[in-house]
Design a protein around this ligand. Structure first.
Ligand SMILES: Nc1ncnc2c1ncn2[C@@H]1O[C@H](COP(=O)(O)OP(=O)(O)OP(=O)(O)O)[C@@H](O)[C@H]1O
Ligand SMILES: [Mg+2]
Length: 351
């Protein structure tokens, strides 16, 4: 069955759940839509079953504008985990909030931290204290805390100091373990894999992989799909876990899409792409923020070399490629040769 295609995710689910509960930290690295968030949420759910553990999920993307907002995000999610649900700025406006907090967590000394948030004049101190809060909660509640930082790569855009503060606070903690996820492979590698990175040797690196080609081939063959359609799926979607499994599921429900090459291409262009339109447009919006990046993407989608086929300087092409690579939109396959990471985005651009 289709579930079996995700066999390695199941193994990861088991080993990461066990590891996190037993003092290990992990870093999940994979391109967009490979299932990082889904896997991490499942892990947190499993861990939360354990009465001795508390889980905190912080999506950096939601708070990535400034150091202040990241720190506030950490505090907000800590408060949520403690049962104070709601956005921090609304919580702070409630008169009885501080009082309740004091009654419940008097010796947690939340007031200085909330003061820092209100005054907005020392974001670095605030960040340190926000990160320290997690350990304090763990000690106070006598629980192990597992924190999942999703979209960790977004922090890199705030500068190196943020990452260094994270590391310096986190590494001293004894009651908290961390799971990081990020899709910007080059940036994640810089911080977690390279010797000079702030998080070098911090935790166990998990690279979520593409699905196995042979496995998919076997599966598609068993579905009795025409050979040409199998070719298109393997060639155009490159064993991408999300798209491949989505296509398989769609074809099981509506086999008529696979009647001929034409009906299948029609399905891709009119069903799949329109279902994913919102996501694809969001990607394009981000790409457009960088100079020449969209032109370079369109160029790559046509199989051209942006260095020679665009009317821009070599330096400009290089910069656009670097930005795209850092953003996780393209992957380097050999020297000066790149491919678009999201196969559907590639098709969308090349329509
Ligand atoms: N193990 C799985 N089985 C079936 N579907 C999955 C699985 N993992 C992920 N998906 C589906 O794939 C899609 C992308 O997954 P998810 O959002 O977890 O990826 P991601 O790696 O966090 O992506 P991003 O980098 O964009 O945040 C989701 O719609 C999810 O429902
Ligand atoms: Mg995600």
């Amino acid at each position: 069955m289709i579930k079996e295609l995700f066999i390695d995710r199941k193994e990861h689910l088991k080993s990461l759940t066990h590891g996190l509960k037993n003092g290990k930290d992990y870093i999940l690295i994979a391109p967009r839509r490979f299932g990082k968030t889904t896997l991490a949420q499942k892990i947190l759910e499993d861990i939360a079953q354990d009465a001795d553990c508390l889980t905190i999920h912080i999506d950096i993307m939601r708070y990535s504008g400034s150091v202040q907002s990241v720190a506030e995000g950490i505090v907000e999610n800590c408060l949520n985990a403690l049962g104070f649900m709601g956005r921090l700025k609304f919580l702070l406006k409630q008169i009885e909030f501080s009082f309740k907090l004091k009654v419940k967590y008097g010796d947690l000394e939340m007031e200085p931290l909330l003061q820092l948030i209100r005054e907005k004049n020392d974001e670095w101190l605030l960040l340190e204290q926000a990160l320290e809060l997690v350990e304090k909660i763990a000690v106070k509640h006598n629980k192990k805390i597992i924190v999942f930082f999703d979209e960790f790569g977004e922090l890199f855009y705030l500068g190196e100091r943020v990452i260094k503060v994270f590391r310096s606070v986190i590494q001293l903690q004894k009651h908290v373990n961390y799971l990081f996820a990020g899709s910007q492979e080059t940036l994640m590698t810089k911080v977690f894999v390279e010797k000079s990175g702030a998080f070098y040797r911090f935790g166990n690196l998990i690279f979520l992989k593409n699905l196995e080609r042979d496995e998919i081939l076997l599966y598609l063959t068993e579905m009795n799909l025409p050979y040409e359609i199998i070719e298109i799926i393997l060639h155009k979607f490159n064993c991408h876990p999300y798209y491949t499994s989505k296509i398989i599921k769609d074809l099981i429900i509506e086999p008529q899409h696979a009647k001929s090459i034409d009906t299948f291409l029609d399905y891709i262009n009119n069903v799949l792409i329109s279902q994913e339109n919102g996501y694809l447009e969001l990607q394009l919006q981000k790409i457009k923020e960088k100079t020449h990046a969209l032109d370079v993407m369109v160029n790559l989608s046509m199989g051209l070399d942006p260095y020679s086929s665009l009317n821009i300087s070599r330096q400009a092409a290089y910069l656009a490629l670097k930005n795209l690579e850092n953003g996780g939109f393209i992957t380097k396959i050999e020297k000066a040769k790149y491919v678009i990471s999201d196969p559907l985005l590639a098709l969308y651009l090349n329509r």
